[in-house]
Design a protein around this ligand. Sequence first.
Ligand SMILES: CC(=O)SCCNC(=O)CCNC(=O)[C@H](O)C(C)(C)COP(=O)(O)OP(=O)(O)OC[C@H]1O[C@@H](n2cnc3c(N)ncnc32)[C@H](O)[C@@H]1OP(=O)(O)O
Length: 235
Amino acid sequence: MMPGVVRLIDMVFPGDTNHHGTLFGGVALAHMDKVAFLAASRHGRAPFVTAASDRIDFAAPALKGELIEATGRVVRVGTRSLDVEVELVAEALLSGERRLCTRGRFTLVAREGGPLPALAPAQADPEGMLVMADMVFPPQTNHYGTLFGGDALRMLGKAAFIASTRDTRKVMVMAASERIDFTTPIREGEMIELAARVTMRGNRSQRVRVELWAEDLLSAERRRAASAEFVMVAT
Ligand SMILES: CC(=O)SCCNC(=O)CCNC(=O)[C@H](O)C(C)(C)COP(=O)(O)OP(=O)(O)OC[C@H]1O[C@@H](n2cnc3c(N)ncnc32)[C@H](O)[C@@H]1OP(=O)(O)O
């Protein structure tokens, strides 16, 4: 993934919609703020807080059952503050049609630490791989303060579903979950990266391998936390 650029991908499930069946604006803003925080932290490796956001126009809705992709890109670096440009795009899963729903610019400030590093050049994502970022908030943790296994499974399954549906543009359902290994716990406040790749294409079925990576946002230490393989079938 490009330095300073983070991509958060999620499905618009009913729990995130309003009574119109479209993504609730507050959820969209939360995704945008989260991706801005992750992009800032990856760039500055400092404890950031959101200081401000510019005007945000909601140009188009994201519908229930669509995928949303929030991309955060660091566009200005000051001494302790930086700006992240965030775009939120909706994608219809079967047609692949994409539409820009909203964009915004967020200013984040490092609460401590020296001058922030200068803007870095961009690099492309790995070919044929779906990479989705997220982070661990307190409601997803267990009593040890680490990511609850059930939430990890939900994320792994969602990544497999999105990778497979994007690959086929068909209605895919999960037919089986093969062996899943959890190798290290993921602590509250850590960044998560899900990397999904279609490894086998059958007639109507596919196998999708998903890796779950954890990253300490201050030290940049990364470790593979889980890996899984799913069988997805076109209905
Ligand atoms: C309701 C909520 O709380 S939402 C939750 C998320 N956000 C938060 O909790 C943040 C609450 N706000 C704060 O804690 C403070 O206002 C802070 C940390 C953002 C800034 O406070 P200070 O540390 O005193 O900032 P200070 O005036 O020294 O400025 C430091 C840098 O931030 C920038 N900055 C501070 N506030 C803002 C702002 N509102 N908009 C744009 N830039 C800002 C300054 O321009 C300066 O930039 P530079 O170092 O690149 O030149």
